[in-house]
Design a protein around this ligand. Structure first.
Ligand SMILES: O=c1ccn([C@@H]2O[C@H](COP(=O)(O)O)[C@@H](O)[C@H]2O)c(=O)[nH]1
Length: 272
């Protein structure tokens, strides 16, 4: 999916919500455990109930890798279902990859060609040659970790090198890389106070913003400082939506939670 197509979906749905499909078998409704593929059954029900309220889904691959081959199969079924039934939805493999160049090329093939995701999250730590193989996929998006939502972000990302914070180096340097127009960035909702500075460096890029809901980030603050002329935000919520109920009504309740966020977004878009 191209960036203009994503922006058009945000406009049509009045939503910039991304729903995180972080499936933990110990948290899903018990009746689903009898299904042949409980993870896919859970995801399908959540997608069927919420697809009109969001513009993106983000399976975090850790939640699938943890179940070995079966988990990887569930991830494949989920992305195939999304691509076939909802090609208008932007898909994010939250895999946080990145390695020496030839290895990154294989990661890029795995997520873009084999699985068919629109985007993948990538760690910037190994530098330019570890990210450029992802950027070579011109129709795809590489979402670079800039300033993450967790407490550990302060261990390295906000430390200063040559008078500048590391996350700013990530933003400024990555902008100079080949095909950098395919870059988006992860900025945690818990770091809203950094967004004005971040926007001064990358005014036009999309930001994937996890950390609202379960991690305590605030949607209004993120929008106030993080929105740009094209909205430029994908706000992720995972546990706050998909585990709102673990009864038979789990899909309806997840849709209620998604609708609450979507309506808050619609109100913000109306005055924006
Ligand atoms: O900085 C980051 C980067 C990624 N994540 C991921 O987003 C979701 C958040 O889940 P919630 O349940 O809404 O807290 C999860 O997959 C994280 O691994 C992040 O939280 N922060």
């Amino acid at each position: 999916m191209t960036t203009p197509q994503l922006i058009e979906q945000i406009r049509l749905k009045k939503s910039f919500l991304c729903i995180g499909l972080d499936v933990d078998l110990s948290k899903i409704p018990e009746h689903l455990l009898k299904e042949e593929d409980p993870i896919f059954a859970f995801n399908k029900a959540i997608i069927d109930a919420t697809h009109q309220l969001c513009v993106a889904y983000k399976p975090n691959t850790a939640f699938y890798e943890a179940y070995g081959l079966k988990g990887w199969k569930s991830l494949e079924r989920t992305i195939q279902y999304l691509n076939q039934k909802h090609p208008e939805i932007f898909t994010i493999a939250d895999a946080k990859r990145g390695d020496i160049g030839n290895t990154s090329s294989m990661y890029a093939k795995a997520f873009f060609e084999d699985l068919g995701f629109d985007s993948v999250t990538v760690a910037p730590y190994m530098g330019k040659d570890s990210v450029e193989p992802f950027l070579e996929f011109k129709e795809k998006h590489t979402i670079l970790l800039a300033l993450t939502s967790n407490e550990g972000a302060f261990d390295f990302q906000t430390k200063t090198i040559d008078g500048k914070e590391v996350y700013k180096h990530v933003l400024e340097t990555s902008k100079t890389w080949k095909n950098s127009e395919n870059l988006m960035y992860v900025v945690g909702a818990t770091k809203a106070e950094y967004l004005a500075d971040i926007r001064s460096i990358i005014p036009n890029s999309f930001l994937l913003v996890p950390g609202v809901g379960a991690q305590g980030g605030n949607l209004q603050d993120v929008c106030k400082y993080g929105m740009n002329n094209s909205v430029g935000l994908l706000i992720n919520s995972s546990r706050g939506i998909i585990y709102a109920s673990n009864g038979k009504d789990f899909a309806e309740v997840s849709a209620e939670k998604a609708r609450e966020l979507q309506q808050e977004m619609a109100t913000i878009l109306d005055v924006y």
